[in-house]
Ligand binder design. Structure first.
Ligand code: 5RP
Length: 262
């Protein structure tokens, strides 16, 4: 048995556990990236192995693909699946309209493509990710390596005319080298502190040549499943505004709590 989970990990786990209730046999499911999404993949793996759940998963990163295969989920590419019933993914921030900042783990491009190709997107998060206004978490912007310094300068220049509080950007590093996404691109993190108009910012950033995509998910997420360290989980539906709270009995057992390397 691994060491007992921290309250934050319990919060992530219960959010993941509640979210997989939405998954039914026969579904094509987008599998997000990050520590919360990893719990969801483990929960789905358990349902496949023990309850006979039949799904195919479309992972949003190489590390999620590896974990999904490890836990027994059949993995296919988005091109094979074509369209998905549901995507479940984590987030770095979400606001009351369920707009998100994603990309803290560097997988925003595949995550956005997969979520957009789904009938429904569910975000799973611990309660600390909820904000009144997006922007405290640095906004990841994926840029092509060619001319990245010019692109970074253009991003900063563009930010100067937009409703944001900060305008500095930093190239994400992996040790001594630039962090590389699964698509071979770089990530520029924009330290905005407060984003006044997320929709406008997203559109304008994506018009800069050299910018591939940004981490703002606007009108993509349908449901937020928010976990707390004491086992409480709230489910919020963006369209209906409905909010329901349940408590998940937390029992650590070997199948999904053993260390699979994530
Ligand atoms: C990866 C992401 C993740 O979903 C986001 O960073 C949240 O990660 P975690 O669940 O580990 O807090 O967008 O690109």
């Amino acid at each position: 048995m691994p060491a007992a989970l921290s309250p934050i990990d319990k919060a992530k786990f219960v959010a993941a556990k509640r979210a997989v209730d939405y998954v039914e046999s026969g579904m094509k499911v987008g599998l997000g990236t990050g520590s919360t999404a990893a719990w969801m993949v483990r929960c789905l793996g358990e349902m496949v192995r023990e309850d006979g759940l039949k799904i195919v998963g479309v992972p949003t990163s190489t590390r999620t693909a590896e974990l999904a295969r490890q836990v027994g989920i059949k993995v296919v590419s988005l091109d094979e699946a074509k369209w998905l019933d549901l995507t479940i993914d984590g987030a770095d921030e979400f606001d009351p309209e369920l707009n998100l900042i994603k990309g803290g783990g560097g997988a925003l491009l595949q995550e956005k493509i997969v979520a957009t190709a789904s009938d429904q997107m569910i975000v799973i998060a611990d309660a600390a990710k909820e904000v009144a206004q997006l922007g405290a978490f640095p906004l990841p912007v994926e840029v092509v390596p060619f001319g990245w310094q010019t692109t970074k300068a253009l991003v900063e220049e563009t930010l100067a005319s937009l409703d944001v509080l900060g305008q500095t950007t930093t190239l994400r590093m992996n040790g001594e080298r630039p962090f590389l996404t699964d698509e071979g691109n770089y990530i520029v993190d924009a330290h905005l502190l407060r984003i006044g108009n997320a929709r406008q910012l997203s559109l304008v950033l994506n018009q800069i040549p050299g910018v591939v995509e940004n981490g703002l998910f606007i009108d993509i997420c349908d449901i937020a499943v928010v976990g707390h360290g004491d086992g409480r989980v709230s489910v919020r539906d963006a369209a209906s505004g409905l909010c329901e709270e349940t408590t998940i009995e937390f029992v650590e057992h070997d199948n999904i709590f053993t260390d699979l390397g994530e």
